[in-house]
Design a protein around this ligand. Structure first.
Ligand SMILES: [Zn+2]
Length: 182
């Protein structure tokens, strides 16, 4: 073997080595990309399984929350009270009035019954998302530790926020009565 041939062979080996190293690096990159891709597909599938429901009144709720936060009312603090006692004491007065004041009569006039298109008269939480249940979800979210003081305002804001994940709707009296019935 001439020295020229040997040199050429070594050169070829070096190129082959480089090529194979390049290929294995590319393979590794492809594998990494496919893992990322699979994860994305997985999370998309999950998102499709549990679709996020956006309530048609969400924008109004946000607007009301912003105004409510600025108000000087509802700074009363509570502490060491069970969620059950809180719900029992406030669900039918404070929170009923609060829903009525948030979705005013003039707002109702602008939105017809979600079911029949008639005149809407009722603020409907719908089966499974009743007012006390939304209060409970709000309490669990913003006041898990009842040994810590909280302002009523914080609970009320959280309660309004909870509406955005429900089918809360404005309906006429007849459609409201029919709710949840076959
Ligand atoms: Zn109706």
């Amino acid at each position: 073997m001439s020295s020229e041939t040997r040199k050429k062979n070594t050169e070829e080996q070096r190129l082959r080595r480089n090529e194979s190293s390049r290929k294995s690096k590319q393979k590794k990159r492809d594998a990494e990309i496919s893992i990322v891709f699979e994860k994305e597909v997985e999370s998309q599938a999950k998102a499709e399984e549990t679709p996020f429901f956006s309530n048609p009144h969400a924008a109004e709720i946000d607007r009301q929350i912003e105004a409510f936060r600025k108000s000087r009312k509802w700074n009363t603090k509570i502490i060491n009270t069970s969620h059950a006692d809180f719900i029992e004491d406030f669900k039918s007065n404070v929170f009923t009035n609060f829903v009525q004041h948030t979705f005013t009569k003039s707002y109702l006039k602008k939105h017809n019954c979600a079911d029949c298109g008639g005149k809407s008269e009722n603020r409907c939480h719908g089966p499974g998302d009743e007012r006390p249940i939304l209060i409970k979800r709000a309490l669990e979210r913003v006041w898990p530790d009842t040994s810590k003081e909280i302002a009523l305002k914080e609970i009320m804001v959280a309660f309004l926020e909870e509406h955005k994940n429900t089918k809360f709707a404005l309906k006429c009296r007849a459609c409201h009565v029919k709710e949840g019935k076959p």
